[in-house]
Design a protein. Structure first.
Lengths: 283, 399
């Protein structure tokens, strides 16, 4: 059983892990509890699950939660239309009287029925309503669910490593929180940020990185910006700077900021940022 | 083990549950926790379920395992309040001296530090004598100064000092954004908006309705007939009128605007107007309330099914609302008291609401709020209030 092996998570090729988070991931795996991650968008919540999967060599199954989602969608789907079609035209090799042939597993179902232990990422749980969240935790607690149509219980072959992310748009319910371990990913400090950039661009020029990071934190500190740029934006921005053949890191030091639209994605924020950037030029 | 730690956490307002405590012990048994650092990390991940308690956890942890002092919450409150008084004093020395019943000259000779100490002393005295009283120096919050909006909800008190010590940071509710009942913040917009949607089927019929399909097919004796439905879209017309006059509304104008800007693509039609304190002859299309007036009579031309949402603190001098020439602007002289104009608005549209950023618990203290509440259903500008507002706007809709 893979559960009994001392699997532990130490980091991955594209993810910079701080030791605190590593400890929390390992404890959650040992306790077989889902780990709830909160934090600003773009701080690497989703990336963490990818990193865990890569590091532990487990397949990753991603459940992207949508606001209209019902729990049963995440578990399984009963394809009534295909069955109706088959019963009418009888041109498929499925047995119409066998309902199970028309049951397709949803993401949680796939994680349960997989042959190996998997990492199950439940992304942006806060989009769904509270009923969904509580019901889902019941399923994850008991590690089994029922398919009503064929009156069958699907147990989990292997308990998946469950990572839940939330953008902190609203509070999750108490029973939900009670069953999870919790971690809040803080925004990385400049030192950490340099490491993150180096992981993404191992061959990056030092002058470019320094001035980009400095400019980035200065722009991030702007008041009155609604969606502040996060790690994701910085990485994309650096990619944009690197692909521009005319760009020279000295430009940043002079206060010029090309590709501002990569960092600020709301028009109001963009205007605010560009007015500040251009205002600086006057001096 | 660590039972004291558990109860200290509980006493200091970190919501910890016995189950989580047992889980922590389970974690200790796994052998993964080999040092105090590990214990700290594990303890926080397991016991604390929200980042807003991280800081308090840190303090209790430091207290239990390192023996540092826990902050004295009461002293801190007085500290912050004294600072607020100081700020008030700098702005308005005379009023302040009057309220305290001391000589203005005497106070003026003191340095800020001396003043601070003096205020603290006064606060301590006053707290004993006028506990929950209505003197403006009391802690009850019903003082005339607070009432007219200088310290709305104590926000000012928390935001005065910039160079906070570590202890004060603990009190500095940095995660206030996430509270459901607190005032709305930009980060909560999407959440709030979900509640503002009013779904109406539109667009091409491209969604298969399985139940209807099966029903029709059975009805046809097995001949398949697939029934399609339209997609659901929000097609609501909304007029938003925001009170953007004066400092009392300043903190809220942007929030409300952002909220409804997000909503723009949801609603069929969203118009934003501005007013100050209350409505007289016209609403204004431009935020400066100068260039583009829209007379109330023109509003009558809009679809009466349009939802009218007024946003304002509804707090003003009663004469502004009741008197015939009540407007504080000289050019607005219609002859009708504002109260009549508001009633006209309420009659023009089927569904109107007034959103008020002032917490509901304090509505009864302001006369004009009570009057306006009689005309418009009033809701608090918070997630809960929005929910109630949407429920009201959607109730018994005919369209």
């Amino acid at each position: 059983m893979p559960e009994n092996q001392p699997v532990s998570f130490t980091g991955a090729s594209r993810y910079v892990l701080d030791s605190e988070l590593a400890a929390i991931v390992n404890i959650s795996m040992a306790l077989e509890m889902p780990l709830l991650l909160k934090g600003e968008p773009g701080t690497g919540k989703t990336m963490l699950a990818h990193a865990i999967a890569e590091n532990l060599g487990m397949p990753l199954i991603v459940l992207n939660v949508k606001s209209s989602m019902k729990l049963v969608d995440a578990l399984y789907q009963y394809d009534t239309l295909t069955r109706l079609n088959d019963s009418r035209f009888a041109d498929s090799d499925r047995d119409v009287s066998d309902i199970e042939a028309y049951i397709k597993m949803g993401k949680i179902g796939q994680a349960f029925t997989a042959d190996t232990r998997t990492v199950l990422l439940i992304d942006e749980i806060d989009k769904a309503d509270t009923d969904f969240q509580d019901d889902m935790l019941d399923v994850l607690d008991q590690m089994e669910f029922d398919i009503i149509e064929i009156d069958k219980t699907v147990p989990a072959n292997h308990r998946p490593v469950i990572i839940v992310t939330s953008n902190a748009k609203k509070d999750l319910s108490d029973p939900f929180l009670g069953r999870c371990n919790f971690h809040h990913i803080a925004f990385p400090d400049p030192k950490m940020m340099r490491k993150i950039i180096q992981v993404h661009y191992p061959d990056i020029d030092n002058a470019l990185m320094e001035s980009a990071v400095e400019t980035f934190y200065r722009l991030r500190a702007l008041e009155g910006v609604e969606k502040r740029p996060a790690t994701r934006e910085l990485i994309n921005w650096i990619r944009a700077l690197r692909t521009d053949p005319d760009f020279n890191p000295k430009q940043l030091a002079r206060g010029e900021t090309p590709f501002l639209g990569v960092l600020f994605k709301k028009s109001q924020d963009y205007q605010r940022a560009s007015s500040v950037v251009h205002g600086r030029k006057l001096f | 083990m660590f039972i004291d730690f558990f109860y200290t956490l509980k006493d200091h307002g970190v919501p910890v549950s016995p189950t989580a405590f047992l889980t922590l012990h389970r974690a200790l048994k796994t052998g993964l926790i080999g040092s105090l650092n590990d214990f700290y990390t594990a303890g926080r991940a397991i016991l604390v379920k929200s980042e807003r308690y991280f800081d308090r956890f840190d303090q209790v942890f430091a207290h239990t395992f390192e023996g540092t002092e826990l902050p004295d919450l009461e002293g801190l409150e007085i500290d912050e309040m004294a600072r607020a008084l100081l700020a008030e004093w700098l702005q308005n020395p005379r009023e302040m001296a009057d309220a305290l019943g001391v000589d203005e000259e005497q106070l003026q000779r003191m340095t800020p530090e001396e003043l601070l100490d003096y205020f603290k002393e006064r606060l301590k005295d006053q707290d004993g004598e006028h506990h929950g009283g209505s003197r403006w120096i009391g802690t009850g919050g019903t003082s005339p100064v607070g009432h007219s909006g200088y310290h709305p909800g104590g926000m000012r008190v928390g935001g005065v000092s910039r160079n906070k010590s570590a202890v004060k940071v603990a009190m500095d509710r940095r995660y206030r954004d996430y509270s459901l009942s607190g005032p709305l913040k930009a980060s909560m917009m999407n959440e709030a908006l979900k509640r503002l949607r009013h779904l109406v089927p539109t667009g091409p019929r491209d969604q298969v309705n399985v139940d209807a399909t099966i029903y029709q097919t059975m009805k046809n004796g097995g001949d398949i007939e697939i029934v399609f439905d339209r997609d659901l879209k929000d097609r609501l017309k909304v007029i938003l009128a925001i009170d953007n006059g004066g400092w009392s509304m300043d903190p809220y104008v942007q929030i409300v605007q952002t909220l409804f800007n997000y909503a723009r693509d949801q609603f069929k039609d969203l118009k934003t107007f501005y007013f100050h304190n209350t409505v007289y002859d016209a609403l204004w299309k431009d935020p400066s309330r100068y260039k583009q007036p829209v007379r109330l009579e023109e509003l009558a031309r809009y679809d009466p099914a349009t939802r009218l949402v007024l946003v304002g603190d509804a707090s003003m001098a009663p004469y502004e609302l009741m008197a015939r020439e009540g407007s504080i602007y000289i050019q607005e002289r219609s002859g009708d008291p504002s109260l009549r104009r508001l009633q006209l608005l309420a009659e023009t549209f089927e569904k109107t609401v007034w959103l008020n950023p002032v917490p509901q618990s304090r509505w009864d203290y302001t006369q004009t709020i009570s009057i306006i509440r009689d005309i418009f259903p009033m809701f608090e500008l918070s997630i809960d209030g929005l929910e109630a507002m949407v429920a009201h706007l959607m109730s018994k809709t005919t369209s």
